[in-house]
Design a protein around this ligand. Sequence first.
Ligand code: FES
Length: 115
Amino acid sequence: MANVTFSSPSMPRDVTVYAVAGDNKTLLAVAQANKLGVHFECQNGECGSCLVQVKVLGTNRPMGIALTEKEKTVLRYAGKITAKQIEDAEVNDMPPPWRLACQFIVRHEDILVTF
Ligand code: FES
């Protein structure tokens, strides 16, 4: 179980939902299931329209770090991730600040999603 808090200037207040760990749902799927207005187009890690900021809350070791090759390419092209941040994610388990909601798999950890 993970608490996923969505925050956006387009919403009257922050909304926290509970995601069941092990469902392998993407962040975008969690947002859609709860009728939250995260923008999207391709849903396939190619257009970058689902760009969100993700902050890991709590003190547990971050888990939802894995970046797909598509996500790395789109984030690099958008100027939202550096080679160093990719290395830190892959080698040092340090989550990068920007993610694609359609590629991010929700894990056990509590996160704050800003869009
Ligand atoms: S919806 Fe296109 S990259 Fe996520």
